[in-house]
Design a protein around this ligand. Structure first.
Ligand SMILES: [Zn+2]
Ligand SMILES: [Zn+2]
Length: 268
C-alpha cells in the first residue's frame, strides 16, 4: 500500500519548532511514501481575538520549495494548509487558497463560535467544571460544523472528534448524543465529493474514531486521509499501524492523497 501522512506541522505553525526537512527525514525513517505539510492558519487565537484574514504564504512556500529539491525520489512532499475557523470569513479563506501550488486544505474548528465567546476549544475544555460545560462545548461545535460544510474552503474536515481530545474524560462524553447531526454533516461532505481525515493526534486518539469511521462508511463515505497531526518529528505517522487496522476493520477501502485540491484514491 501507499502510505501517506496528510496532517502535520512545522516551524511555520506557531506551536511547532520542527523544520519540514526534519519532518521529512522522520517520515522516510517511518516508511511513509507521501507527506502533505499542513501548517496552521487560524482566524482566531485561544482568547478569541481575530487574526489576519489573509494568509502569508511566503515562509511556508519558501520552506516547501527548498525541501522538495533536496529530498530523495522515494518521498513525495505536497503542500497543504490547516485552516482553523474558516467559517468566520469564507470569502477570505477562498482568496488565500487560490495559490496554484496548493494541493490540499483541511477545514478545522479550533475555537468556539463568536456567540459562545470565540475562545479556543482547548482553553474552554480545560475550564470545564461540570459535565454540562462539556455538553455545551460539543453543542456549539456541532453548530459550527454545520456552518463549515456550507463553505468551500476545505477538502477534508479536520479531526471531527476534536472537542473529545480536551473535555475531561471523567465526564464520559462521546459524539453519540449528536449522531443525527453528525450524520447530516457527513452526508453533506460525501455529496460534495469531499471527505474527512482520521487524525491520530500524535498517536493518542485511535480508538475514539471507530464509530465515526463506521458511520462514515455506512453513509457511503470513501474520501479519507490519514494524518498524525505531528508537531514534533517523533510523532510523524504515530500509531499508523493501529489506525490502518481500524480503517480496514470498519470496511473503508482507500486512503486519499491530493493533487491541486483533487483526491487520488490509493487502495488499502
Ligand atoms: Zn487542528
Ligand atoms: Zn493540526
Amino acid at each position: 500500500m501507499y502510505l501517506s501522512d496528510y496532517h502535520f506541522h512545522t516551524i511555520c505553525s506557531s506551536d511547532s519548532t520542527a523544520t519540514l526537512l526534519e519532518q521529512a527525514e522522520a517520515a522516510l525513517a517511518a516508511g511513509v511514501q507521501e507527506l502533505c505539510v499542513t501548517d496552521h492558519w487560524n482566524l482566531l487565537d485561544q482568547q478569541g481575538n481575530r487574526l489576519p484574514t489573509v494568509y502569508d504564504w511566503s515562509a511556508p512556500l519558501e520552506q516547501y520549495r527548498a525541501v522538495r529539491s533536496r529530498l530523495p525520489e522515494e518521498l513525495e512532499v505536497r503542500l497543504g494548509i490547516e485552516v482553523g475557523n474558516g467559517v468566520l470569513d469564507p470569502a477570505a479563506v477562498d482568496a488565500s487558497l487560490e495559490l496554484p501550488e496548493l494541493d490540499f486544505a483541511i477545514g478545522s474548528l479550533h475555537s468556539q463560535s463568536a456567540a459562545a465567546g470565540g475562545r479556543g476549544i482547548f482553553t474552554a475544555a480545560r475550564a470545564c467544571v461540570r459535565r454540562e460545560d462539556g455538553v455545551a462545548i460539543i453543542d456549539d461545535y456541532m453548530d459550527m460544523l454545520e456552518e463549515l460544510v456550507r463553505t468551500d474552503g476545505f477538502d477534508v474536515l479536520g479531526h471531527v472528534i476534536y472537542p473529545l481530545r480536551y473535555i475531561p474524560p471523567e465526564y464520559g462524553l462521546d459524539l453519540h448524543p449528536w449522531w443525527d447531526r453528525l450524520a447530516e454533516v457527513l452526508r453533506t461532505v460525501i455529496r460534495q465529493g469531499r471527505g474527512i481525515e482520521m487524525n491520530t493526534s500524535a498517536g493518542t486518539t485511535v480508538e475514539q474514531w471507530r464509530d465515526v469511521l463506521a458511520l462514515y462508511r455506512d453513509l457511503g463515505g470513501e474520501v479519507l486521509t490519514l494524518g498524525s497531526d505531528a508537531h514534533q518529528s517523533r510523532s510523524i505517522a504515530a500509531a499508523f499501524p493501529q489506525a490502518l487496522e481500524l480503517i480496514r476493520c470498519v470496511g473503508l477501502r482507500y486512503l486519499c492523497v491530493y493533487r491541486r485540491r483533487t483526491p487520488l484514491f490509493c487502495k488499502l
